[in-house]
Design a binder for this molecule. Structure first.
Ligand SMILES: Nc1ncnc2c1ncn2[C@@H]1O[C@H](COP(=O)(O)OP(=O)(O)O)[C@@H](O)[C@H]1O
Ligand SMILES: C[C@@](O)(CCOP(=O)(O)O)CC(=O)O
Length: 309
């Protein structure tokens, strides 16, 4: 048995801000995917994944019926006979490995499912997001539910504010374009929960709250608008500002050995780095007006281009 594929995602803009009502833009990333599966002779990885699914199934059982109901008997039967999530999505890398798993479980076991074929009104999207938030909270405490939503629908999602989200189109890629967005592999596994806790602690300070509102959210919102409008010039101006703000105020979310590299991009204008999801390791997201120059400047690092301007 092998179920349908669910893909990874990239939150281009909005990490942390979306917890506090900034805009956000999330796009599917089809390079990685995962599917529920059973094997006759499971590998060690499959056995480990199955154990994780067993724990997750217990959490699913505890979700309030008023939020969503599942075919628990069938879920338990399947996990007890070895079902696992066969996935190429790296874990703790900020590209939504738990989100894809949540989407796959909802798709297979939820009753009264909201499907991708329906007219997805704003209400339905918010309902789905709250279901996914309840499910995904098992993996990292609090969750906006956006990762599973992206994976489930496989379309870009625009977050206007906490209660206002919509499916959106993004400008078509320019295959010949010199500029681009890339993932930089930090080589370190990040953990979402402690990073979000740290952010919440910082939010208790007035200075940090002001910085978030007047700088971080201001430029995040501007980046989202620029990206959707295709205003590349303004996008790079705002991404540069965002990169500086993150280096100054989100240092714990950037692995130490990348602080210099981060600064080098800002000083040379060869690339601008930002967080990819909660940070603390995993991927770092890069924006550049010249991919070749960025590759040279970052030689020795693993880069994956995900979008061309
Ligand atoms: N293939 C898988 N099988 C079982 N559990 C998985 C699988 N992929 C991810 N997970 C679960 O999701 C967790 C990682 O999710 P998270 O911390 O949100 O990071 P991210 O979503 O950025 O990859 C893992 O610790 C594991 O519990
Ligand atoms: C930090 C946050 O804004 C983005 C999610 O990060 P990650 O993709 O789980 O690493 C948390 C959230 O919105 O759930």
């Amino acid at each position: 048995m092998k179920g349908p594929l669910f893909y990874s995602k990239i939150l281009l803009f909005g990490e942390y801000g979306i917890i506090k009502d900034s805009k956000g833009l999330s796009i599917p990333y089809n390079f990685y995917n995962g599917a529920l599966k059973k094997d006759e002779n499971p590998s060690e990885v499959a056995i480990k994944s199955n154990e994780s699914l067993k724990r997750f199934a217990t959490h699913i059982q505890g979700i309030d019926d008023s939020i969503v109901r599942f075919d628990i008997d069938r879920l338990l039967e399947d996990v007890n006979s070895g079902m696992y999530f066969d996935s190429s999505i790296p874990q703790g890398y900020g590209v939504g490995s738990s989100g894809a798993l949540v989407a796959a479980i909802y798709d297979k076991y939820a009753f009264d499912k909201i499907t991708v074929l329906e007219n997805l009104t704003r209400e339905k999207l918010l309902k789905l997001k709250s279901i996914f938030s309840a499910m995904e909270s098992f993996f990292h405490g609090s969750s906006s539910g956006l990762d599973p939503l992206n994976s489930y629908l496989s379309i870009p999602i625009l977050i206007n504010s906490k209660d206002n989200i919509e499916a959106t189109g993004i400008p078509a890629q320019q295959s010949e374009g010199k500029g681009g967005v890339f993932l930089l592999d930090s080589g370190i596994i990040g953990e979402t929960a402690p990073m979000v806790t740290l952010f919440m602690e910082s939010m208790k300070k007035e200075g940090f709250r002001n910085m978030l509102k007047n700088q971080f959210i201001k430029h995040t919102d501007a980046c989202v608008d620029d990206f959707l409008k295709g205003d590349i010039k303004s996008l790079f101006r705002n991404t540069k500002q965002l990169s500086k703000i993150v280096l100054n105020h989100f240092k714990p979310m950037i692995p130490q050995q990348f602080h210099e590299l981060w600064k080098k991009g800002i000083d040379t204008n060869e690339y601008y780095l930002k967080l990819c999801g909660s940070g603390g390791g995993g991927y770092i997201l890069g924006f550049t007006e010249d991919i070749e120059k960025a590759k040279q400047s970052l030689s020795g690092y693993k880069l994956e281009v995900v979008y061309n301007f």
